[in-house]
Structure formats: structure tokens, C-alpha cells
Write a protein that binds this ligand. Sequence first.
Ligand SMILES: *C/C=C(C)/C=C/C=C(C)/C=C/C1=C(C)CCCC1(C)C
Length: 266
Amino acid sequence: MITYTKSLLAKVGVMLALCFLTPGTVLAAASPGSGNLKADDLVGVSFWVISMALVAATAFFFVETQRVKPKWKTSLTVSGLVTLVAATHYFYMRDVWVSTGSTPTVFRYIDWLITVPLLMVEFYLILSAVTKVSGGVFWRLMIGTLVMLIFGYLGEAGVVNTWLAFIISMTGWFYIIYEIYAGEAGKISVESAPPAVQSAFKLMRSIVVFGWAIYPIGYFLGYLAGGKPEDSAVMLNVVYNLADVVNKIGFGVIIWAAAVSESDKN
Ligand SMILES: *C/C=C(C)/C=C/C=C(C)/C=C/C1=C(C)CCCC1(C)C
């Protein structure tokens, strides 16, 4: 446990060092003229730093699949896919931001539509690595996710009334929360998962409650609190970008820690 915690710290350290080294490169690369990232462009720099952190995390999760027992490999691969897909969207969103000063929400939704179901699958995968889990758990998490994202998008696109879409989308999110706390997934974790997996499961579901709350708050501030999304673009992008570090990289690191701890034990 001690050596494993030490190696965890060492790795997180390397990942953080990578994140902090990147802004130096960013500033050196910044030059006047349209289309280039400016040193004082907080949102642009945050897009850059986070895309690099996502790239580093992707490499890390993929390489680490070699280190864990076979039944844990899929979980780590999925973590790497989440950060890979997000990194690619971040490169693109950064370019759009730098050249236009805005990032249409549709790019985030495309990213979410791929990454959020993958994050949800992780709950199913980590339980399946340690015990038998019914397919119902998988489908309920998937349906909650799709309702949440599709209605969020229909609201933002103006197809469905923004309040109605918000309420339906929130219901999808609450349904997921119910499943991982009080539903079958929550019960399986408490009854049949070993301690390392249980604690990972608990951390992951706190992320779904607290880390994910950022996005509906953003929707609320942007559409329902009287403001216009364009007015809060800077603040919202920085907040979404930071939230993604916790919700995508942090989430993966938690799974990695459980996988390593379960693989090292005999
Ligand atoms: C990596 C990206 C993640 C984890 C994105 C998560 C997005 C959400 C949890 C979005 C939720 C929403 C609501 C619960 C209501 C309003 C509309 C949404 C889609 C912003």
C-alpha cells in the first residue's frame, strides 16, 4: 500500500510537471497576429494546458494497461479513450477560440456524447472486474446519460423550451445518481466489492455529484438566470476546462489506482 501510494504520487507529480511546463511553451509560441495564441488569453491558455494534460493522461493510461491484471485492462483502456477523445476536441476548440473568441457549445456536446457514456461504463466495468453484474446496471446508466445529454442539447439549441429541457436533463442526471448510490450498482459495490474498489467507486460517484454539477450550473447561469451565454463565455470556458481535469483525468486516475492496488495483491 505504501509503495503503491508513493508510486501514485510520483506519477501524479510527473503529470503535473508536464502541465506546468507547457505554459512556458505556450508563451514562447505566442506572437502577435490573428490566429495565434496570446499570452494574456486566459481561456486560450487553459485550452492549451488542458489539452496537453489530456494527452499525457492518455499515454499514461494506455501504457499502464501493461501493468495491471487482464480483467482491469479494459477499465484503463476506456479511461485512455476518454482523455484521447477529449484531447482531440480540446485541440479543435482551442483553435476555434483563438480565431473567433467563442467556442460554440455544440463542440462540448459532441465530446460529452462520446466521453460521458464511456465514463458511465466505467462504473459497470470496475464492478464487473470483481464480481458478477447484471446488464441492467449498464443500460440504466446509459439511458440516464443519454436523456441528460440529449435534452441538454435540445435546450441549448432552442428546439425544446430551455426550462423544460433543463428539468428533463436534470432528471436523467438524478437517475444516474440514484443508480450509483441506492440502486443495484450502489448495492453491488457495498456488498461484493473489495475495499480498494469500494473506495474508488465512492470517489467516482462523488465526482458524478459534485464535479458534474458544474455543467448544469453553467447551463443555468447561461440560459435561465437571465444572462446570455456569450456574456459568460470566458468564465464558463475556464470553469468547464478545469472541471474536465477532475471529471476526466481525475476520474481515470482513481480507476487506475484501484486497478493497480487490486493487481498487486495476491
Ligand atoms: C467530461 C465531461 C463530462 C463529465 C460532462 C458532463 C456533463 C453533464 C453532467 C451535463 C449535465 C446537464 C444537466 C444535468 C442539465 C443541463 C444540461 C446539461 C447537459 C449541462
